[in-house]
Design a protein around this ligand. Sequence first.
Ligand SMILES: Cc1cc2nc3c(=O)[nH]c(=O)nc-3n(C[C@H](O)[C@H](O)[C@H](O)COP(=O)(O)OP(=O)(O)OC[C@H]3O[C@@H](n4cnc5c(N)ncnc54)[C@H](O)[C@@H]3O)c2cc1C
Length: 246
Amino acid sequence: MSSKWRGTQAAKGTVCKTVIRRFESAPRLIPGQFVTIRCGTGTEPLLRRPFAVHRVNREEKSFEILYEIKGEGTRFLSQYEEADDLDILGPLGNGFKIDLNIKNAILVAGGIGIAPLTFLAEELVKEKINVTLILGSKTKLDIPLSAIGYKLLICTEDGSEGTKGLATDLLNEFVRAQNFAPLQIYACGPKAMLKAVAQITNCQVSLEEIMACGVGACLGCAVKTKDGYKMVCKDGPVFNSEDIIW
Ligand SMILES: Cc1cc2nc3c(=O)[nH]c(=O)nc-3n(C[C@H](O)[C@H](O)[C@H](O)COP(=O)(O)OP(=O)(O)OC[C@H]3O[C@@H](n4cnc5c(N)ncnc54)[C@H](O)[C@@H]3O)c2cc1C
């Protein structure tokens, strides 16, 4: 056991990173997958909380999660800088599909939606695919970012960082500049942004619904698709945008 504590609880809205060590399944994690974590020492909060895999170190059998403090569970987690004694279930869900024949990819993140897209960007770069990651948010985010081997474009609605405007404005420009050449497009963020991205182009979207069991048993995270209701935890969280009834 070598968990490292930050010692203090961060305020609501703060973005934190926790490294999960000694995770035997780390080498087989794929981008878009998630884990659920028991975020407390007693019975409260009762339900595990889901978090996307943000970054992986396969050799060290560790991975990172990046999360925004919302309530009790994330506040508990924020006390850990590193952890190897948390109760974690995973890897869960189906990840993003990568087409090795298409050499350009564009990733669209809304706020903390950048968490799984960082892992995806790093895997695409390993496959020698050119990656542009657009990060959009309402205002300047305090997120530790390091884009290695790919292009990161930041935009904010209030212009406090990067280009002033929406991530979808940049996506539109980018798609046009590419002259509609084949692109792999991926998105993660608030549902309204995903819907707007899906209206521009077909893409793979990672959905976040409030979920209870995380393994397809409780049917709590159902989304409506052209093929009936699907579970975000078991059938997703990654879906083809054209399959979702927005
Ligand atoms: C597949 C999946 C992957 C996720 N990955 C990440 C991630 O990488 N980083 C991250 O910061 N968050 C992620 N989330 C959201 C994260 O699970 C919630 O923010 C977290 O469970 C909140 O727990 P809490 O106890 O702190 O807050 P709670 O007290 O449970 O809730 C506080 C507020 O957050 C809202 N909330 C709770 N769960 C969700 C949810 N699933 N989606 C949206 N709003 C929610 C509640 O409605 C409430 O308003 C993911 C969710 C899913 C389904």
